[in-house]
Design a binder for this molecule. Sequence first.
Ligand code: PLP
Length: 431
Amino acid sequence: MFNRFLETEDQVIADSLKIRFYPISVKSAKGTRITDQDGKDYLDLAAGWAVAGIGYGHPRVSSKIKEQYDTLSFTSQLSAPEQTMVSLAQKLIDITPGSFPKKVWFGHSGSDANDCIFKLVPLEKNRSRMISFMGSYHGQTLGSLSLSGHPAQSRFIGSGNVVKIPYPNPYRPPFGETDRLTDQIIDFLENEVFKTVCPAEETAGIIIEGIQSDGGLIIPPDDFLPRLQEMCRHFGIRLIFDEVKVGLGRTGKWFSFDHYGIEPDAVVLGKSLGGGLPISSVVARKEMLDVGTGIHMFTTSGNPVSSTAALETLKIIEDERLIENARHKGEYFISLLTELQKKYQWIGDIRGKGLAIGVELVEDRVSKTPAAEKTAAICYRCYQLGLLAFYVGIHSNVIEITPPLTLTKDDIDLAVSILDQAFSDLEEQKI
Ligand code: PLP
């Protein structure tokens, strides 16, 4: 993988346009900072694609997992379960809204958890079709890839029983009108999709990201998710939230859908859940998971070490008031970015909830032509200046800000000053 970086500087920059990782070899990481083999520090604005929610190397997780490994390194949760996994399941049930009976499934990645949905929801409903959103990213395995609607990932591969509909993007409204976005998409579903390619009575579930992350950090209008829930209930369709990236406090509430009072039928979690260790879960209505006993299971899932890490991670989120921190620091971050927007015409849109923020770059604010190459250049310049930032979006033109939830005001000041420098260098054609 690193061979491609052992080239000239020009080659490195050319590659930076196509890929989203940088020519560093990481040696260590602590809190919000990563250190490379040469001892250079980087502020990680992406938290390793939103995995390091509580920051890197948290001492509480470190001591708990060591203790757990020394006591019980492994037991098969399929045949001889132990208590930590059960406690974790209970905690996840407690923080997930809905007073109905729930169950929890454990896996290793967001992808295998979304595969769980892909298998079990049609089975439970005895309906063959699923609906997801264009621009969505649900993972790399065949099932999760089939649910995905991100062009970079799912253009050529995937199963045919998934219909993809437009995501309500206020900045780039799919039917041309931001004011009527919710009405237009619900209307499209009910009067086009359900009456043609995918009848409601054949639709088992709709899976959605409350903030479409890899699609460009897109936040739907406030009335969209409540309307979607209402429609799903009307037609007996399961509503599933993929919270793998923005769940567990990042948006300033436990879950993105908590901002709208939604009670999903199932919630998919991963990434930050394990404090860096691999673990994912599906928290769902009991009857949804009862149907699947034995049809989606992995030998090491729910293992005691990952479960311990996850349980401690959830406690840290509460004890350190990281949800509140995400909310307040997110507001501060956006206020500084808004100032930056006044200086640089390429910043077309800034949107965010808590510490899930997107900065969309355009060639100009009237045409809104996506400025993909400029976005890559800015990110690459940030990397050179000690700030790890990545870009996402179906047009590859959105700087993704999903840092550790422990982010401080000083971190934000530093990040914005580096971004300012990068934009200024681009303006002066230094990069
Ligand atoms: N779901 C969402 C919303 C994601 O952002 C991702 C990864 O980026 C996944 C699922 C897949 O997770 P994993 O890479 O752990 O399989």
